[in-house]
Design a protein. Structure first.
Length: 133
């Protein structure tokens, strides 16, 4: 059975941990993926580093498939959107503590916050109990 990626759960956990410690969460996003929407003038070497603190973003949503929010770049409010698989790292700007993610395939489909629509196989036959010691 295919399980969902751990990446969005880890990103949310590290984000909360960083913010709870009164530090500034930054994310490194791969920008060589067509579904990534960020200001092009801030891209360096196919990546962008974004301040995702509550004070720097509006409407931050770290879903299971994408991250989206609004942020100001040189005074211009910009929509930011990227598949979760494009997140390369999340860390605290002040001390560098956080997590770097390895390569992973990702789906850039719409995210409603729920797991994929796969249903587990239905059991067949009569249910039975077994003793486990």
């Amino acid at each position: 059975m295919k399980m969902t990626s751990t990446r969005p759960y880890l990103i949310r956990a590290f984000y909360d941990w960083i913010v709870d410690n009164n530090l500034t969460p930054y994310m490194v996003i791969r920008t060589d993926i067509p579904a990534v929407k960020v200001p092009q003038e801030y891209i360096e070497e196919d990546k962008i580093i974004l301040n995702v603190s509550p004070y720097a973003t509006d409407g931050l949503d770290i879903g299971n498939r994408r991250i989206q929010f609004q942020a100001s770049f040189s005074g211009v409010i910009t929509e930011i959107s990227a598949p979760i698989g494009a997140v390369m790292a999340i860390y605290a700007n002040e001390n560098g503590r956080g997590m770097v993610f390895g390569e992973e395939e990702f789906d850039d489909g719409d995210d409603d916050g729920s797991p994929p629509d796969e249903e587990p196989p239905k059991p067949t036959g009569k249910p039975r109990l077994t003793v486990v010691k």
